[in-house]
Design a protein around this ligand. Structure first.
Ligand SMILES: [Zn+2]
Length: 128
């Protein structure tokens, strides 16, 4: 593994740090490691948060959410708590952009199909 393991230090400002086991990765329970409390209340370390969010982006998500409680994580929080590197930030933002555009296109396609095949279901039918 050439990847550098990211970790929190007590100098990390604006992050609520605890030495509790990782909620997202059950095998990560080293008591000497500092982990961050997410806005949803779950505890994570930067590596599992990065992986978790990468998976969500690869699944076409446009928003990040906690796999445990489904609570949304703002991108700002993910960026800070996952300690995203410049490269990771770029790739995250690119994927977020691509996923957002893709969702819009899918929505347009769905809308067109709906209008053509089920005109009576079209909520905008009275506007035309
Ligand atoms: Zn949570």
């Amino acid at each position: 593994m050439s990847e550098i393991m990211k970790k929190f230090t007590p100098r990390d400002k604006g992050i609520k740090l605890v030495s509790k086991p990782n909620d997202i990765d059950e095998y990560d329970d080293d008591p000497d490691v500092l982990r961050a409390v997410l806005s949803c209340g779950h505890v994570t370390d930067p590596n599992s948060l990065t992986d978790c969010c990468k998976t969500q982006l690869d699944n076409g998500q446009t928003k990040f959410k906690c796999p445990l409680c489904e609570e949304a994580w703002p991108y700002d929080e993910v960026r800070k708590l996952a300690k995203l590197s410049i490269d990771e930030k770029r790739s995250f933002e690119e994927k977020l952009g691509t996923n957002t555009v893709k969702n819009l296109v899918d929505f347009r396609v769905a809308q067109d199909i709906l209008m053509k095949d089920f005109p009576e279901l079209n909520p905008w039918k009275d506007c035309f």
